[in-house]
Write a protein that binds this ligand. Structure first.
Ligand code: BES
Ligand code: ZN
Ligand code: ZN
Length: 495
């Protein structure tokens, strides 16, 4: 599918569907620029049709325009004063779904929702990004592939195509595509996407987007002393790979380096603390944090942000064999802290503890953000609506909040009360990996024990990384969540 940004009226052969917006109860087309003849047809229809105009409401009709069958799609934008960029995301998605349903091929979008509060550049970015995300499907393993009708999307803006609009268009297109790439990584089954394969794909993505990738094998990981990570990886026949990504885009040599750490369990069976069959079914996606880090760095490099980042993914499988680590074991870690294993299913924090320590000690990162499908309790806490966040730094958290506003990926901060710290303790080791009832908080705080004095945010993306059914612009399976939050987080920090 091709997406273009345009201002001119195009020949009718170039377009077969037109998308307009309308606010609740107005009965009026919201767009007041562009092709008069075309908007009049849409307005005439709307005037005689009872269209509510709530967000996600959609109606369409087909008529002749200069001898050609043309489709008109009108989407609701809700109340004008209440419209925000999340509403526009939903409306764009509704329009694309309708265009698919009525078999449109070449769809022209006006910049719907263009108010004094919402910049046209944001709308251009959203239309581009959401068009790509709404069209996603994972059909690699299907012998018969269903083809979508849409081959082209044209975004028609109100004024001249300025550099600002061009930049937003490029940003939306890159963010859409890297998010799709993250979805593909999550959706790949674990028998295909092993740690070795994840490393190979990262190398390829690095070459295509312009960042450096270094991969350490199990012997090198052992030499680095990453004991907690190796314990988790020990039972699996598929060997672990430590994936390190470096992008130096800052012209200032002395500027800080941001560490992006992603949980990279290519499969989580739970280990000896084994999961149920249902619990295991989606655990190929336990590398959603890694996918977010890899694909966000791809976007950062492609869009040439002036910033230095290091990405670290301690990729491995959590499996069962005679070599498995056991509940009740006491294991070491790269930082030298001993850890009592309360559950082998609380493996993510063990790999992340070593990955964070590696990033600080060996790569010299100044700030840390880690992203992980870490706990089922995060899903219980926010019910799929927002990711759970822990942070030791108010400024860094507010940067993530700004990013979240731009990405539409919601976050919710949990408290770091002293009482919880007690729960991390073990009577026979320095730490316990499966302590306490506030599951997402203690899981995050466990990682916090390894961040030293660095400003740090931990994002548990278990709520958002997977959907069991199609929802908004998500398609059943991996959502690619976290990519856009990480990108905007780093972009904010680069300002
Ligand atoms: N990968 C899981 C968390 C998870 C569960 C992510 C469901 C997405 C969907 C993680 O490794 C895990 O098993 N966590 C346990 C921790 C517990 C044993 C302390 C959990 O959340 O139940
Ligand atoms: Zn687990
Ligand atoms: Zn896990």
């Amino acid at each position: 599918m091709e997406i273009t940004l345009n201002r001119k009226r195009l020949p009718e052969s170039e377009v077969d569907s037109y998308v307009f917006g309308s606010y609740t109860g107005s009965g009026l087309l919201e767009c007041n620029y562009g092709d008069k003849e075309i908007s009049e047809i849409a307005q005439n229809f709307l005037s005689s049709y009872d269209f509510k105009g709530e967000i996600e409401d959609v109606c369409s009709f087909t008529t002749f325009l200069n001898g050609r069958l043309s489709r008109f799609i009108i989407v609701g934008l809700g109340e004008k004063e209440k419209l925000d960029i999340h509403g526009i995301r939903k409306s764009v998605n509704a329009a694309i779904k309708e265009a698919k349903k009525i078999k449109s091929k070449k769809v022209k979008f006006y910049t719907i929702g263009n108010t004094s509060k919402i910049k046209e550049s944001d709308i251009v970015r959203i239309i581009t990004e959401i068009s790509i995300l709404s069209m996603y499907k994972f059909d690699l393993y299907k012998s018969e592939k269903k083809k979508d009708s849409i081959i082209k999307i044209i975004i028609s803006c109100a004024g001249p195509v300025s550099t600002e609009l061009e930049n937003s268009f490029s940003e939306g297109s890159v963010l859409g595509n890297v998010t799709v790439q993250a979805r593909d990584l999550v959706n790949e089954p674990a028998n295909v996407l092993t740690p070795v394969e994840l490393a190979a794909r990262t190398v390829k993505i690095g070459l295509e987007s312009g960042f450096e990738v270094e991969v350490h094998d199990e012997v090198q990981i052992d030499k680095l002393g990453m004991k907690a990570y190796l314990e988790v990886a020990r039972a699996a026949d598929n060997k672990p790979r430590l994936i390190v990504m470096r992008y130096n885009g800052s012209p200032d040599k002395k500027s800080e380096t941001i560490g992006l750490i992603g949980k990279g369990l290519t499969y989580d069976s739970g280990g000896l603390s084994i999961k149920t069959n249902d619990g295991m079914l989606t655990m190929k996606g336990d590398m959603g944090g890694a996918a977010a880090v890899i694909c966000a760095i791809s976007a950062i490099a492609k869009l040439k942000l002036k910033v230095n980042v290091v990405g670290v993914v301690a990729a491995c499988e959590n499996m069962i064999s005679g070599k498995s680590y056991r509940p009740g074991d006491i294991i070491g870690s790269m930082a030298g802290k001993s850890i009592y294993i309360g559950s082998t299913d609380a493996e993510g924090r063990l790999t992340l503890a070593d990955a964070v320590h590696y990033a600080i000690e060996k790569e010299g990162v100044d700030k840390v953000i880690d992203m992980a499908t870490l706990t089922g309790s995060a899903i219980h806490a926010t019910g799929y609506a927002a990711d759970v966040v822990i942070s030791n730094d108010d400024n860094l958290y507010s940067t993530l909040e700004k990013a979240s506003h731009l990405s539409g990926e919601k976050v919710w901060r949990m408290p770091l009360f002293d009482e919880y710290k007690e729960l991390l303790k073990s009577d026979i080791a320095d730490l316990n990996n499966a302590a306490g009832k506030p599951g997402s908080i203690t899981a995050g705080m466990f990682i916090g024990e390894f961040v030293q004095d660095k400003p740090w945010v931990h994002v548990d993306i278990a709520p958002s990384s997977w959907v069991d059914e199609d929802k908004f612009y998500f398609v059943k399976g991996g959502t690619g969540s976290g990519v856009r939050n990480l990108y905007f987080f780093v972009k904010e920090l680069s300002k």
